[in-house]
Write a protein that binds this ligand. Structure first.
Ligand code: AMP
Length: 431
């Protein structure tokens, strides 16, 4: 009996990143380097696998991310729970503490770029494996740090090609551990009156993570949400001054923003300023980036008091918008193809290809193929303009055939002159 072959597919919400996709990721990273290094941020990459507790403690165990969406695993020999990182800030803070970065001149400014994992319901712009560019400034409590991150983020988006007028910044302040409890009490009191009308999710949120009711997208809750008390009205004087100074600085710098009193974030570590970047007027709520202050996170994770702020950009969402704007990259392909026939020519081809590579000329080849027909057919499929043909006789004579694919004309060229000849033709073609 013939056994049926099993074929495998990527998991739901995950995808392969092919050469044509990498061009976008690479380009975004190179732009990020240019902008954020200019602003004094240095690159850090933390492991993909960390102790699960780092995130339950850092993000908050009652958040959707830590509670429902984390990929948690156990190794065979180790009973410890590990997690595929669902976000980057907690890991960077872990590294900041573990590597003694609090002894460095403060603030410590870091950026990171890599894959993150959340077991969310896959939908447009929401994956289970996605890339983020994270930017963190640790050890600075001033509103100026929030402003610097916002200014650099805007510049980064502009550099990617988004128009100034299309970049929308939503801003809010959710207070600190001093003033937030009073606000939460009021919020709970308000929602208690509507306990029967609100959706089941909000009934759960108001118990476990009350701020998140402000994030509810359900029709049912929208009018109730409109009348809810807002954190801005309950800020203590320090939080109010911090936010006021930030807004004044942004006004002075001509950075437009929309005050969104219902803006909250999905991670518990945020304090004071929270913000999101999107395109348009901010109503579509497809956030390209989210960020804010996390003044207590270093302490929560075992360090000393080091206030901090950061932002994370969703790379797939940036790519989707860039593609929508017509940003196009072409996977580089060869313009010249080397055909070799016979053992002697194959051996010589290795040397010749190396010489071309040294000159930065990318030649197509299939050294594993033997037949002339098969190699010419590959050259044809690649759509190259020139084919070089090296056979036994050519090697013995120190010559090589250069075929112009558009005219069909073939010329015999001395081997030592072929690189110069190809360079000349490629240059002519560019003009
Ligand atoms: P967060 O870490 O939740 O603050 O998200 C920061 C940014 O990452 C968001 O604004 C999105 O652009 C992006 N992002 C978050 N979750 C996902 C996901 N599941 N798939 C794709 N992008 C995401």
């Amino acid at each position: 009996m013939v056994s049926r072959k099993k074929s495998f597919q990527t998991l739901r919400g995950m995808k392969d990143i092919l050469a044509k996709d990498w061009l976008y990721y690479d380009w975004i990273l190179s732009n990020a380097k240019k902008i954020f290094e200019h602003y004094g941020f240095q690159r850090i990459e933390t492991p993909i696998l960390e102790k699960a507790e780092l995130f339950t403690k850092g993000i908050g165990k009652n958040t959707d991310i830590a509670n429902k969406e984390m990929y948690v695993l156990k190794t065979k020999e180790n009973k410890e729970l590990l997690a595929l990182r669902p976000e980057g800030t907690a890991s960077v803070v872990r590294a900041y503490i573990e590597r003694g970065m609090s002894n460095l001149p403060q603030p410590v400014k870091l950026y990171h770029f890599g894959p993150f994992f959340r077991h969310e319901r896959p939908q447009a712009g929401r994956y289970r494996q996605f890339y983020q560019l994270g930017v963190e400034m640790i050890g600075d409590e001033s509103y100026a740090a929030d402003a610097e991150i916002i200014v650099a983020s805007r510049l980064f988006l502009e550099n990617l090609g988004f128009k100034k007028k299309d970049i929308c910044l939503l801003l809010n302040s959710i207070g600190c551990s001093e003033c937030r409890p009073t606000y939460i009490k009021e919020l709970k009191k308000y929602y208690r009156k509507y306990n029967k009308q609100i959706c089941a999710d909000c009934r759960r949120r108001i118990k476990e993570n009350p701020l998140r009711v402000l994030d509810c997208k359900s029709e049912k809750c929208s009018s109730i949400k409109k009348g809810a008390p807002t954190a801005l009205d309950y800020l203590c004087s320090e939080c109010r001054n911090h936010f006021k100074s930030l807004l004044e600085l942004l006004d002075y710098l001509n950075i437009p923003y929309i005050l969104d009193k219902t803006l909250v974030r999905g991670l518990d570590y945020y304090t004071r300023t929270v913000f999101e970047f999107s395109l348009g007027d901010g109503t579509n709520k497809i956030a390209l980036a989210g960020g804010g202050r996390y003044d207590k996170l270093v302490e929560i994770l075992g360090g000393t008091h080091k206030p901090a702020a950061g932002v994370a950009f969703g790379i797939e969402r940036l790519i989707k918008e860039l593609v929508g704007k017509g940003k196009n990259f072409i996977v580089p392909k060869p313009n010249v193809y080397l055909v070799q026939i016979g053992d002697l020519a194959r051996r010589q081809s290795f040397k010749l290809l190396e010489q071309f590579r040294k000159e930065n000329i990318f030649l197509g080849e299939s050294l594993g193929k033997e037949s002339l027909k098969a190699q010419l057919s590959t050259a044809d499929r690649l759509g190259v303009n020139y084919v070089l043909i090296l056979g036994q006789q050519e090697v013995l004579d120190g010559m090589i055939i250069l075929k112009d694919m558009s005219s069909g004309i073939q010329e015999l060229i001395p081997l030592e002159k072929i690189i110069g000849e190809v360079k000349k033709r490629l240059k002519k073609q560019k003009k």
